[in-house]
Design a protein. Structure first.
Length: 279
């Protein structure tokens, strides 16, 4: 089995872990075809899920079960990143292109009024979209967002660089162990992370922090959930900056959570907080 086949087999194995029936659809945009995993009642409130870099739409296996009772879930493979989205259209040059891509996705799926939830790189995209098109959103959830309120930790970037420049299974594992304190508990998710060492991505956009005045003008009700043990940034500084720059936001630090594991390893408290915020 070739490298791509190994990756997609691992991707499909994680999707089979979802506790609800899910359907993959390919949505045309000017940037290429976007794979979206759709589940939940057709008349449910729409919620769009944007994963962290390299995690793909499959990452939400521990969360969708608590979301679908009241929501129509649209979990997205990010354009330019790993997954089944195909970046064969317009180039991705910056945040402006990513929000234009999401605009096209919202248009095609008819998602005006949807809630938007993102993790890490996906949270950065989600926040930029909220600043760009607040009228299209209901509520915004940011899971340990990176480069949104404070800069990323130089140590985190240094540890992640070998995985980015020359990925191997052992480097992927070592980076995860360093950030989370151990290997993933779920063997299917662990196999997926291993498979990303040989997967392909076209373009992950460099993250730049939004301007303070733009953040202060944000009108979308927002929940910021930070991971207590995140090594991606200084968590107390990130919390203080989020409260200062988004004074109407709810800012919560999840105990015993790390940046990489926040959606997958300890989901119960996260799911409860998100459900309460979206109710």
């Amino acid at each position: 089995m070739g490298d791509e086949a190994v990756f997609f087999a691992a991707y499909d194995a994680v999707l089979r872990r979802w506790p609800v029936e899910v359907r993959g659809v390919d949505v045309p945009t000017p940037y290429g075809s976007t794979r979206v995993q759709v589940c939940g009642p057709e008349d449910g409130v729409p919620i769009v899920l944007l994963p962290g870099g390299g995690a793909t739409s499959a990452v939400w296996f521990a969360n969708v079960g608590d979301l679908v009772p009241g929501h129509r879930v649209y979990a997205v493979d990010l354009m330019g990143d790993f997954g089944r989205s195909v970046h064969d259209g317009a180039p991705l040059r910056g945040a402006g292109d990513l929000v234009a891509w999401l605009d096209a996705l919202f248009d095609e799926l008819g998602l005006d009024g949807a809630h938007l939830c993102g993790h890490s790189y996906g949270a950065w995209i989600a926040l930029n979209y909220a600043l760009h098109a607040p009228q299209r959103l209901g509520r915004l959830v940011l899971l340990d967002p990176t480069s949104c309120f404070v800069g990323m930790s130089p140590r985190y970037l240094m540890h992640g660089l070998p995985t980015l420049l020359k990925p191997t299974v052992e480097r992927v594992r070592a980076f995860h162990r360093w950030e989370t304190g151990g290997d993933p508990e779920d063997p299917v998710w662990r196999a997926f992370l291993d498979s990303t060492a040989t997967a392909r991505r076209s373009k992950v956009v460099a993250m730049r922090r939004p301007k303070a005045q733009d953040l202060r003008a944000c009108t979308v009700p927002t929940l910021v959930l930070l991971a207590e043990h995140s090594r991606a940034h200084d968590v107390p500084r990130a919390a203080a900056a989020a409260r200062r720059l988004l004074p109407e936001a709810s800012v919560v630090t999840l105990s015993q959570a790390s940046h990489h594991s926040i959606p997958t390893e300890r989901p119960a408290e996260l799911n409860r907080l998100v459900a309460e915020f979206l109710a």
